[in-house]
Design a protein around this ligand. Structure first.
Ligand SMILES: *[C@@H]1O[C@H](CO)[C@@H](O)[C@H](O)[C@H]1NC(C)=O
Ligand SMILES: *[C@@H]1O[C@H](CO)[C@@H](O)[C@H](O)[C@H]1NC(C)=O
Ligand SMILES: *[C@@H]1O[C@H](CO)[C@@H](O)[C@H](O)[C@H]1NC(C)=O
Ligand SMILES: *[C@@H]1O[C@H](CO)[C@@H](O)[C@H](O)[C@H]1NC(C)=O
Ligand SMILES: *[C@@H]1O[C@H](CO)[C@@H](O)[C@H](O)[C@H]1NC(C)=O
Ligand SMILES: *[C@@H]1O[C@H](CO)[C@@H](O)[C@H](O)[C@H]1NC(C)=O
Length: 438
């Protein structure tokens, strides 16, 4: 499979000095993992050298979506493509029959999707193995002092003595609940990934969680109990991609102009994530519930829009096939965010102080929805979406609480999480120094 001797390709980066602390960040090729990992790599690169490694085909996706163009002049961040043969995974088509009348159904992944997912990890593991077996040091140019990787990246058979920290891009509540389910679930959903996680956990010297201690502190003990490790957990969230230098595209400009014309706190922003494609009946029930409200909906559908979306009030109702989410969430015209509950989306919403209505579909989204409810920043959908939307607009307590949480998130980002990230670098610089002194 690996006829070529080139396992990695340098995309951009101008790493200069040798003998500096150097961290290798490995991200599996899924957008929702690549983006927070890249933000982590970027923040770490303020204090040390960082190589960010992910499947080469996914780097073109990051480039297309403008996540890396501004990073190419960095002297301390290398973006490197792993030639592992991984291509983009197809999206998830949800069937009409998978939506129940209470809007609480968990969409199960079928065998085909599980096999595809597992193959991605196996290919990544093989390519990493080759890389570590061949001339790793010349390929990544600097000796590696620490590896930071997503928990299910196959690392154990690399047989490396380099310290490993596992990155948890979601909240700890979801991780704990996932581990609890795996203990009891004998059907083996994503068993292979869980095997990698179990092995990695025992090798890890620490965990980096993309959440706040204020949100997740109460799950730390349970995490230690269910994982059987005592390595430290650092809360480093919210890792929200931030590109201050980016120039606004005309598409974004148009959307902001449209929002500028709406009244304060009147517009509902709807986006259900990049993976799942909602079936017509679900789109239809959202559309009916939105009928008399102002909204902007990021909606990509494979089929035609249902009749309920044919006669929009173009002054107050807008459907777009791509949305500049952070720009929308930071706009004062937006009342709340109607989301699928992906953790990155929730963190963005909290950072910009917006309340949430969550319709979870799969994976950790159900735990995330519970988190939103417990924090008082929003609700999970009921069987009656019209009613949910009225509650969101009428009950001021969600928006008020969202502002408090926004303060926590900003403070964490500027202060506590930043210190934790600096601490990681200090930790390895110190080890390195002791090593040199010996
Ligand atoms: C960096 O990116 C900019 C903008 O995309 C591009 O013009 C420039 O050529 C790039 N430089 C390198 C060294 O890749
Ligand atoms: C929906 O909720 C009602 C009342 O809570 C319950 O009786 C019913 O079984 C639920 N239906 C489904 C499909 O979950
Ligand atoms: C792992 O590394 C150690 C130390 O370098 C070596 O002795 C051992 O044989 C290696 N194991 C495998 C399976 O490669
Ligand atoms: C849903 O909620 C709306 C608003 O509260 C109410 O008018 C409507 O009757 C409800 N529909 C059902 C089916 O309960
Ligand atoms: C508003 O929301 C809060 C928080 O969920 C809840 O405790 C309260 O009962 C709600 N008020 C009304 C009038 O529904
Ligand atoms: C960071 O912490 C300092 C000192 O505690 C505080 O004054 C400042 O407001 C904090 N920054 C943010 C953005 O919360």
């Amino acid at each position: 499979m690996f006829g070529s001797s080139i396992f990695i390709t340098l995309i951009c980066g101008l790493l200069s000095t040798a003998n500096a602390t150097h961290i290798l960040v490995i991200a599996p090729p899924f957008l929702s993992h690549m983006i927070p990992s890249l933000e982590l790599a970027k923040q770490l690169s303020s204090y040390c050298h960082v190589t960010y490694l992910t499947s080469i085909n996914s780097i073109s996706e990051l480039e297309r979506k403008e996540f890396i163009s501004h990073l190419n002049s960095s002297k301390t961040l290398d973006i490197v493509g792993l030639v592992d043969g991984n291509n983009h995974l197809p999206g998830l088509m949800i069937e009409e029959s998978q939506i129940n009348s209470n809007n609480t159904a968990q969409i199960a992944f079928d065998d085909h999707q599980r096999i595809l997912f597992n193959e991605v990890l196996v290919r990544m593991g093989q390519a990493l193995h080759h890389l570590f077996q061949t001339d790793l040091q010349s390929s990544v140019r600097l000796p590696i002092d620490m590896i930071i990787a997503r928990s299910f990246v196959p690392l154990s058979f690399l047989n490396t003595s380099i310290p490993i920290h596992l990155f948890l891009p979601s909240n700890l509540r979801g991780v704990v609940s996932y581990m609890r389910r795996q203990h009891t679930d004998k059907t083996g959903q994503f068993k292979e990934a869980y095997d990698y996680i179990r092995e990695n956990i025992h090798q890890a010297n620490g965990f980096l969680c993309n959440s706040l201690k204020e949100f997740d502190g109460e799950y730390v003990d349970e995490f230690y109990q269910s994982s059987g490790t005592l390595a430290p957990i650092r809360f480093i969230g919210p890792l929200v991609f931030d590109n201050k230098q980016a120039t606004m595209t005309s598409q974004t400009r148009n959307i902001i102009d449209w929002l500028d014309k709406q009244s304060t706190g009147s517009v509902i922003y709807i986006a259900f994530g990049s993976i799942a494609n909602l079936p017509a009946n679900a789109i239809d029930s959202v559309a009916c519930a939105l009928k008399h409200h102002a909204f902007i909906w990021s909606l990509k559908t494979k089929s035609a829009l249902p009749p309920s979306l044919h006669n929009l009030d173009s002054v107050h109702q807008l459907i777009v096939d791509w949305a500049p989410q952070r720009a929308i969430l930071s706009h004062s015209s937006v009342a709340f965010f109607f989301s699928h509950g992906g953790w990155n989306s929730l963190l963005e919403s909290m950072l910009y102080g917006k309340a949430l209505l969550v319709w979870p579909f799969f994976a950790d989204q159900f735990d995330n929805a519970l988190q939103v409810v417990d924090m008082g920043v929003g609700r999970q959908v009921s069987y009656n979406l019209t009613d949910d939307i009225q509650h969101m607009l009428l009950n001021g307590s969600y928006a008020k609480r969202a502002k408090d949480v926004q303060q926590l998130a900003i403070d964490a980002r500027e202060n506590t999480s930043k210190k934790q990230i600096l601490d990681i670098v200090r930790l390895i610089s110190k080890n390195q120094q002791e090593h040199n002194e010996l």
